[in-house]
Design a protein around this ligand. Structure first.
Ligand code: GLA
Length: 691
């Protein structure tokens, strides 16, 4: 049973396969966190101590590890909720009203002592993934509006000091740069204020007690929100660490009218004492099985890096034919197909087919693509408009702009005020119309600048993204077979909010195969590989100017859902052969890559090898990369993971075939020696039947 309740003591225990999360209503009526860790089946073992104030300066409210601290009373700590009542009262005092359980969900009902404002704490257990999901709803049963100044989705308590905090930093072209820092006294604050997700921090926390890849305690949580989030990690003076995540209170305020309800984004959180690998597996499996659509992702060709804005039907057809010849299954025409779009300054918002580029219409290209049994995809940037566009001329009031200011442009464009109903309707209708008129299988949904001059209403930061989710959900409901890729100047929209709605992430505009190894490695801590689009592109790379052999570039991109972004019309015969061979190989292993378990393997060499494994039932694949061969040219010995000790595996790599037991492969490992710069190899393993 997932939810166990001690009714007399008001103790609630949320149990997954291996973990327990326990809290209680204490003698003060506060919802107090009791435990988060390995499973403790017997709820009777838990009891609530009476907390005494440490001093008048450390009152009980301040020292209680609350599940959902509100702003009010003798609380000076970080809170999750601050509201202003219309009579000027600017604090809350909640009391516990009761609970309800439906299947795997628990609802804890709180209400303000004086005002009829419900604060409902929702918990959902994802038992087999060892995950707990939390969110909060507020319901205003009074007859006047209430202003919500801050609302987070929850607070977690970890009964340790000196933890390590992990997140990513970065910027455009350098997303997902993982960092670790010690948590000391004071607060760590991560956030996004841009409206359109971010390349900087990511909405999650990982806190570990000196954990390693396969051992040690890890507490983690990820917020299901694209857009403005913030998170606080604090080691308190009372010997514990707390974490909060939610909507960024920066420039935020929400009017909750009489009778209205508001729901926060959820946090999906977990605990493991088996290190980062287990954390990743739990989150990946949840993402793959519960949020993402079934089935394998296609090998994609995208023409952006080949043609940029110089799109012509004729050339796109040539690219599509070559892409098919090489093995691509989905052809995506990127930016530049619409309006008067010849560069970044023109055309966004005018989503009609450019007749100069497609004199016989878009169907000429689509028909050709379909006649080759390929799927067809197309690029959109629906939230944006260029000042030089028909849309802006017709609706200058549809953008975010303060009337007394000149509107800000970035990449030559404005952001449409998607929080307005008519704009939301326009975006939906535009895409619905395109999907109804043309045989489109895939939409790459881009967003290339942040929001500024938001609106007089301070809830737009949140409303913008909710409306975007609504549009995509509604489109998917009507056009069931269409897949949506989330892109925002590369990897600016990677989060669990997007994953609930979109199908693919564009991981980064940085397509340098070496840089990607690091980006992909950091990405893999939280997000499933199946959503990670990775392309092979031309050299020298447009960003790094680096030259990397085609095989290494392919291997790096084959670690996710493979895409090709090269100008394949310029491929030599040899490059064509390599591409065909590796696309073919990818198709034969993609079920392991996209659906299997992912392992970050340890490198034991003084050379910097990058080593990764994927495992699905009886089959496994290992990728080995050596970007630079250093002095001594030593190989590495890599221990594999997750195999069956007593079974034998056929191992094919570097022109040899050997047979070894799982026990040997996981303990002794495999000797891999690569040499030269940018060398790489794939190791394939399959369990032999005869053992
Ligand atoms: C963004 C995307 C790219 C490409 C361009 C087109 O930068 O990340 O992949 O689609 O826009 O303008």
């Amino acid at each position: 049973m997932g939810i166990i309740i001690n009714k007399e003591e008001n103790i609630f225990s949320l149990n997954t396969t291996n973990t327990s999360y326990v809290f209680a209503v204490d003698n003060e009526g506060l919802i107090r966190s009791l435990y988060w860790g390995n499973k403790i089946k017997n709820i009777e073992d838990f009891y609530i101590t009476k907390l005494e104030e440490v001093s008048t300066n450390d009152p009980v409210y301040e020292i209680t590890p609350e599940e959902f601290p509100v702003c009010g009373g003798l609380r000076y700590k970080e809170h999750c909720l601050k509201v202003n009542f219309n009579d000027g009262t600017r604090e809350l005092k909640y009391k516990y009203i009761g609970y309800s359980v439906v299947n795997n969900s628990l609802l804890i009902k709180l209400r303000d002592e004086h005002y009829d404002l419900e604060i409902n704490l929702h918990y959902i257990i994802h038992e087999k993934y060892d995950l707990i999901e939390r969110y909060v709803t507020l319901r205003n049963n009074t007859d006047t509006s209430i202003e919500v100044e801050k609302i987070y989705s929850g607070q977690f308590h970890i009964p340790y000091e000196n933890l390590n905090f992990r997140n990513v930093h970065g910027h455009w072209g350098a997303e997902q740069q993982m960092f670790t820092q010690k948590v000391g006294y004071g607060k760590i604050y991560i956030e996004n204020r841009r409206g359109i997700s971010t390349h900087n921090h990511n909405p999650y926390f990982i806190l570990d007690k000196d954990a390693k890849e396969t051992s040690g305690e890890v507490f983690f949580g990820a917020l299901k929100l694209s857009g403005n989030f913030s998170g606080i990690v604090e080691q308190t003076p009372y010997g514990e660490t707390l974490v909060q995540l939610g909507i960024n209170p920066h420039d935020f305020a929400l009017e909750l009218k009489a009778g209205e309800e508001f729901k926060t984004p959820a946090i999906i959180a977990g605990y493991t004492n088996e290190g980062f690998e287990k954390m990743s597996h739990n989150l990946h499996n949840y993402g793959k099985n519960e949020l993402m659509r079934d089935g394998l992702r296609d090998v994609l060709y995208n023409s952006w890096e080949a043609t940029e804005f110089k799109v012509s039907c004729e050339e796109q057809i040539k690219l599509a034919r070559k892409a098919k010849e090489l093995g691509a299954e989905l052809f995506v025409v990127d930016d530049g197909w619409f309006g008067e779009r010849d560069g970044i300054d023109n055309g966004l918002g005018d989503w009609y087919v450019n007749e100069r580029k497609f004199p016989k219409g878009l169907n000429q290209l689509i028909d050709e693509v379909k006649s080759m049994s390929m799927k067809f995809g197309i690029w959109f940037e629906p939230e944006m408009v260029n000042p030089k566009s028909k849309l802006y001329k017709d609706h200058p009031d549809w953008i975010y702009n303060f009337k007394t200011r000149e509107a800000d442009t970035s990449r030559g464009q404005y952001v449409l005020n998607l929080s307005k109903d008519e704009v939301k309707e326009f975006v939906y209708n535009t895409l619905d119309n395109m999907l109804s008129t043309y045989d489109i299988d895939y939409i790459k949904w881009d967003a290339n600048r942040p929001i500024s001059q938001s609106d007089v209403r301070r809830d737009i930061w949140y409303k913008h993204i909710q409306n975007l989710y609504d549009i995509v959900r509604k489109l998917k409901e009507k056009h069931k077979n269409v897949y949506f890729e989330a892109c925002a100047s590369g990897g600016g929209r990677i989060d669990y909010g997007s994953l609930e709605v979109f199908d693919d992430f564009w991981t980064s505009d940085n397509t340098d195969a070496y840089d990607r190894l690091k980006i992909q490695d950091s990405y893999s801590y939280i997000y499933p590989i199946k959503a990670m689009r990775a392309w092979v592109t031309d050299c020298p790379n447009f960003l790094s100017k680096r030259n990397i052999p085609l095989r290494f570039r392919f291997h790096s991109a084959m670690m996710g859902t493979l895409g090709i972004g090269c100008n394949i019309l310029k491929y030599t015969k040899e490059e064509e052969e390599i591409a065909k061979e590796l696309i073919d190989e990818y198709k034969s292993i993609r079920h392991i890559i996209q659906e299997g378990d992912f392992y970050r393997l340890e490198n034991t060499s003084s050379n910097d090898y990058y080593l990764y494994q994927y495992l699905k039932e009886d089959e496994a694949v290992v990728f080995a990369f050596l970007p630079q061969s250093k002095i001594g040219h030593r190989g590495t010995r890599v221990k594999l993971r997750g195999l069956e000790e007593n079974k034998k595996y056929k191992v094919e790599y570097l022109n040899q075939v050997i047979e070894k037991t799982g026990e040997y492969l996981m303990n002794y490992g495999l000797d891999i020696k690569l040499s030269g710069d940018y060398s790489s190899c794939i190791v394939r393993l399959s369990r032999t039947l005869n053992y």
